[in-house]
Design a protein around this ligand. Structure first.
Ligand SMILES: CSC[C@H]1O[C@H](OP(=O)(O)O)[C@H](O)[C@@H]1O
Ligand SMILES: Nc1ncnc2[nH]cnc12
Length: 272
């Protein structure tokens, strides 16, 4: 059977599939909203990580609920988008990159499914699925084929000094959402590939850099790029094999038990 592909929409991508009805899925970690639709000739499960109207700040995203909900509708592969700032002259605003490495600078987020119950340690040297990345590199020949992304806590942007430290450490791009999302996906048996959309130069390359980050600039660049972003997602979705299975990073029994966790019943509503 052809598997359903998950699409996690980043900033600027609150709505992707026309006609699909958003469905609230209860999970052991809280509810998540998924829309089943069609893209790239495939059935997809679309989940905008900030909500359809961008109401969820990056540090408040319930990534455990989101990934569990996608797993519950049969998703094994996720194509995501992420707006990023550039720290490197090799990644210009308006370009795309396929992230291959992450530096996690977030804190205080629920970042694992294994904080109670079985003790498991995810091998995470290659955070993204090499198979999906290979397909994406072929599907998007104009995108940079690799990039190291630092994920900061947000919601504020970096100071100039924080930006410089990351740049000096060899980081290419900066974002607020790929952690813990990518690790949680791997823990629950979902492979991921992320299309990074470069929107700005973070704290800027000079005092009057017109590409220095503001939220307005990010949203403007994303709106301008939306047709290219949707086309890029569709090309990758179309390339995912119907029988795709991700690398086994956590033992099968544990993943099956995680996916089978009971969902608490909804609270009783009391009518006066
Ligand atoms: C809208 S400015 C910062 C915001 O944009 C990025 O979102 P996403 O990764 O979901 O595309 C960044 O991580 C911040 O959440
Ligand atoms: N400069 C930046 N820092 C963090 N997240 C971003 N998303 C888009 N641009 C960003």
């Amino acid at each position: 059977m052809t598997s359903i592909v998950g699409v996690i929409g980043g900033s600027g991508l609150g709505v992707l599939v026309d006609g699909g009805e958003p469905r609230e899925i209860p999970t052991p970690f809280g509810p998540a909203t998924v829309t089943i639709g069609e893209l790239g000739g495939r059935t997809i499960a679309f989940l905008p990580r900030h909500g359809a109207g961008h109401t969820i700040a990056p540090h408040r995203i319930n990534a455990r609920a989101n990934l569990w909900a996608l797993a519950s509708v049969g998703v094994r592969a996720v194509v995501s988008t992420a707006a990023v700032g550039s720290l490197s002259p090799g990644h210009l605003p308006e370009s795309f990159a396929l992230a291959d490495q992450l530096v996690d600078r977030t804190f205080g987020r629920a970042d694992t499914y294994f904080d109670s119950g079985p003790v498991r340690h995810l091998p995470f040297a290659e955070p993204f699925c090499p198979v999906l990345r290979g397909l994406a590199i072929e599907a998007l020949p104009d995108a940079a084929p690799r990039a190291t992304v630092a994920v900061i806590q947000g919601p504020r942007f970096s100071t100039a000094a924080e930006s410089r430290i990351l740049r000096d450490a060899g980081v290419d791009l900066v974002n607020m959402t790929l952690c813990p999302e990518v690790a949680l996906a791997a823990e629950i048996g979902i492979g991921t590939v992320a299309i990074c959309v470069v929107t700005d130069t973070d704290s800027g390359t000079s005092a009057d850099d017109p590409d220095a980050v503001t939220a307005e600039l990010v949203f403007r660049r994303l709106a301008e790029a939306k047709p290219r972003i949707v086309a890029a997602i569709a090309r990758i979705v179309a390339a995912v094999p119907g029988d795709y299975v991700p690398r086994p990073l956590i033992d099968e029994e544990t993943v099956a038990a995680l996916r089978a966790l009971p969902v608490p019943p909804p609270p009783l509503s009391v009518t006066p």
